[in-house]
Design a binder for this molecule. Structure first.
Ligand code: DGJ
Length: 354
């Protein structure tokens, strides 16, 4: 009997390892990051939080992202953690069915992000809403009293109507509805929140300050004062902004669909710019594909000034649910520069040595 059990257990581990990768990591040695490996939640299920970001609140981390579980429409999942290694599934914080009825049937969600608004006490989620063909390109906004949700849909829109000469036959209908809203992020700075998003059919990045509730653009909308066009005509997406010592940083990818490409980072002394594009921060093998990933977020490591975690997605276009997460340490150097280096595995003690 014992022998049979042993064989069954070994066969299970072998099968798991064959299907999902490193069994040690998968089975719970969760005291380190293993970029690109399958990452299980505390229930042993693969984490579904693609194109996501981490929000820190009162010593707890919340990871929001696309839940691409096969068989259902993409919703926004929420995971919580106190150590960044072990993540508890808090459920689907915003299911796709919670979109408003005018768009629910045809619309899917990408790259959701959540910030906390101290004025209203609400957690506010922005997302890229899309439809078949990728011409819908709108922002969706939802909010909740609790980080785990449920989030309640507020509205959808294109935040900025700015006609720089859109064509009448533009498939994105930007003349009518405003500049497209695709890959996006949120950033809070000095009590004000900003949406960063790829607009103008992805040609130009927009930074838009939000209103006091963080639910719409700040009004009146004035170019150069409440919003800005940056990286004009450069076709950058997947924005991941962060700040260190009054300097703003923005990692982006190129626009090649689900295929990886070289990252770039830009810097600015003011959030609305001017932004100066620097270079690909990745070094070493596969730097030219951002280690086969696309950026999604950079978040600060609590209590370690200048230390951040770079979060990226290794997309599996045919099996999006099986796309992997690549988290790497990012440390700003005294001269204000940084590099991203591949590590097969690492843990938070990395930052103690910097
Ligand atoms: C690249 C974007 O970054 C993803 O979020 C997704 O929209 C794909 N393009 C779709 O091709």
């Amino acid at each position: 009997m014992k022998a049979v059990c042993t064989v069954v257990v070994l066969a299970y581990i072998a099968l798991w390892s064959f299907v999902f990768g490193d069994p040690a990591w998968a089975q719970g040695e969760k005291d380190r990051f293993v970029p690109g490996e399958l990452w299980l939640d505390t229930d042993g299920r693969p984490i579904q939080a693609h194109g996501g970001a981490v929000l820190t609140r009162d010593g707890t981390y919340y990871w929001y992202g696309e839940d691409r579980t096969p068989g259902r429409q993409t919703g926004v999942s929420c995971y919580s953690s106190t150590d960044l290694y072990r993540w508890k599934h808090e459920g689907v914080a915003f299911p796709q069915e919670s979109l408003s009825s005018d768009i629910r049937d045809r619309t899917f969600i990408e790259r959701p992000k959540v910030v906390f608004n101290p004025k209203t006490g609400k957690y506010v989620m922005w997302m890229h809403l899309e439809q078949w063909g990728y011409h819908f390109a709108r922002a969706g906004v939802a909010q909740s009293d609790r980080p785990e949700g449920p989030f309640v849909f507020v509205h959808h829109m294109r935040p900025i109507q700015y006609d720089f000469g859109y064509k009448d036959d533009d498939p994105d209908r930007q003349k009518e509805f405003g500049g497209t809203y695709r890959d996006m992020n949120l950033f809070v700075d000095g009590g004000k929140a900003y949406a960063f998003y790829a607009s103008e059919h992805n040609a130009t990045m927009y930074i838009v300050r939000l209103n006091d509730e963080f639910t719409s653009p700040a009004s009146p909308i004035v170019q150069g004062q409440t919003w800005a066009r940056i990286l004009i005509g450069k076709y950058r997406e997947a924005p991941a902004p962060f700040k260190f010592q009054n300097r703003y940083y923005l990692i982006t990818s190129g626009c090649t669909g689900w295929q990886p490409n070289p990252a770039d980072y830009a810097v600015a002394d003011h959030i609305l710019g001017p932004w100066e594009s620097k270079d690909n921060p990745c070094v070493g093998p596969e730097a030219e594909t951002t280690f086969q990933t696309q950026s999604t977020c950079v978040f600060p490591v609590a209590g370690r000034p200048g230390c951040y975690i770079f979060m990226a997605d290794r997309w599996m276009p045919r099996r999006l649910h099986d796309s992997r997460y690549v988290w790497l340490p990012l440390v700003i150097q005294p001269d204000g520069t940084f590099t991203l280096m591949w590590l097969d595995q690492w843990d938070l003690s990395y930052f103690e040595r910097r």
